[in-house]
Ligand binder design. Sequence first.
Ligand code: SME
Length: 145
Amino acid sequence: MDLERSITSAIASAPDAQTALSEAVRLLKAHRPRYTWVGVYLLAGDELVLGPYLGKPSPHTRIPLNRGICGAAASQKATIVVDDVNSDPRYLACSLETKSEIVVPIMQGDRVLGEIDIDSDQAAAFGEADRELLEEVARALAGKL
Ligand code: SME
């Protein structure tokens, strides 16, 4: 079974939203070695609050919508891929080793529920296949939240 199907079926069979989020994070981190930090933020009011994650602890446990690449993706309601975080003025550093990042909103219709955030120690680590995989995972998670 490919990774997308493994994750969407784990999400579908999860007993609750928290398990679905944790399983998605676990499977992504386990199967994509270049995904150095994998986490989910959930929108609470006008802040993104860190949920399940794997990787080094992040200082950014609450991110206002007007800050960071995370805030930008939620505000724009669109996936953001940053090939070189150090040349992006929006970037909020989590680890000095991080070189690239992808943030994929979890949407129900027009409403943002949260987002998947992934950092890589490799520059330009996220291509079209990563975007498609993560957008599919975000759609599956939206059905559970
Ligand atoms: N880099 C993110 C902050 C979250 S950490 O990467 C976990 C940002 O710029 O919004």
